[in-house]
Design a binder for this molecule. Structure first.
Ligand SMILES: [Zn+2]
Length: 343
């Protein structure tokens, strides 16, 4: 049986962190060690709250007070002693704190470098780097605000053509008979309350849906914004990835996502998409797999800002070498800390 030298293992004595009760254990170094156990048995207390926390704490102690003040604080774990601790690196699978505006390119800052390139050597020259940012009003597609997708509300199935307002024609909780909005619309009576929806004129439908004689028109009664306007306020102007409210989540079933008809998912406005480097627009480069993108960048001759090209090539090389040649800067979904923080 293999014997482990004393300094080849981390020795933990008298551990009482969280729910652990005076645990002592030895963990071999230079080996893959797996902690298993039922939920709540203390795996994270040992790995994250003790080993990783103490290692980070000791490492932070080696910096100057000025640097320490800017690093995360780690509590000293409740433990009698830890011997032979080495530096730790925490890698987890949690999602990055990004939203639907974040891509591999924006999170890694590679996209900022690309924007600088286009602002300097793109032909035709269209202006500063912000014009190539889909997160900046200067560069974003005006239709989808730089998301690349638009949401539409499908109300068709929720309004019963055979019912009147008084009978509860709108099958949406907020507008059910007796509920707050239903009452407000009844009091305002800007459309006929006892007429079946199928018999509504266009103007009456507009009043029901938009609270106005036409979509986008002046609101007739301050309590009636219209059923569709209400839904769009509840749903469309939010970042869907941040939805927590259950009532809003229920309504989310009415939403349909489709590619933005103006930018076709490219997120940028027309002007940004006209500028080219070696024949490529910026969105074409962000769509490219890293291995192909690196080749294109290596062909760019950019006197004056060659350092930007070189740093991009270097970042891409790192990504390719850790096994992610298939990613692209526009990649968005399923991006975890393990893949996105790899550079
Ligand atoms: Zn768009």
């Amino acid at each position: 049986m293999e014997t482990i030298q004393t300094n080849d293992k981390i020795i933990i004595k008298g551990l009482g962190q969280n729910n652990l009760k005076n645990i002592s254990l030895e963990i071999p170094k230079n080996k893959i060690v797996v902690f298993t156990g039922v939920s709540g048995s203390g795996k994270s207390s040992i790995v994250f709250d003790t080993i990783a926390a103490e290692s980070q704490r000791q490492m932070n102690d080696t910096y100057s007070a000025w640097v320490r003040g800017r690093l995360p604080k780690y509590e000293k774990p409740k433990v009698e002693s830890i011997e032979n601790l080495s530096a730790s690196v925490i890698v987890d699978q949690s999602r990055l704190g990004g939203n639907m505006r974040s891509t591999v390119g924006t999170i890694s800052d590679m996209y900022s470098a690309l924007r600088v390139l286009y602002s300097r050597i793109g032909v035709p020259h269209v202006g500063p780097a912000s014009l190539f940012s889909f997160n900046d009003p200067n560069g974003m597609c005006p239709k989808c605000s730089g998301i690349g997708k638009v949401m539409t509300i499908d109300l068709e199935n929720r309004i019963d053509p055979e019912k009147t307002w008084l009978e509860g024609m709108a099958d949406l909780t907020a507008f059910h008979v007796g509920n707050w909005y239903w009452k407000k619309y009844k009091e305002a009576a800007i459309f006929p309350l006892d007429k079946k929806y199928k018999d509504f004129t266009i103007r009456e439908k507009n009043r029901l849906l938009y609270g106005a004689d036409e979509k986008g028109g002046r609101q007739i009664n301050r309590n009636v914004e219209g059923v569709e306007t209400y839904l769009s306020r509840m749903l469309l102007r939010r970042d869907m990835s941040e939805l927590k409210d259950m009532s809003v989540r229920r309504l989310a079933g009415l939403l349909h996502e489709r590619e933005c008809p103006m930018c076709h998912g490219k997120r940028l406005n027309r002007m940004a998409l006209t500028s080219r480097i070696n024949g490529y627009t910026i969105d074409e480069l962000t769509e490219m797999e890293f291995s192909s993108l690196r080749k294109v960048l290596q062909d760019i001759n950019a006197p004056g800002i060659q350092c930007v090209v070189d740093s991009l090539v270097l970042s891409l090389t790192r990504m390719i070498e850790i096994g992610l040649p298939y990613l692209s800067m526009s990649h968005q979904r399923g991006c975890t800390r393990a893949t996105c923080s790899a550079w």
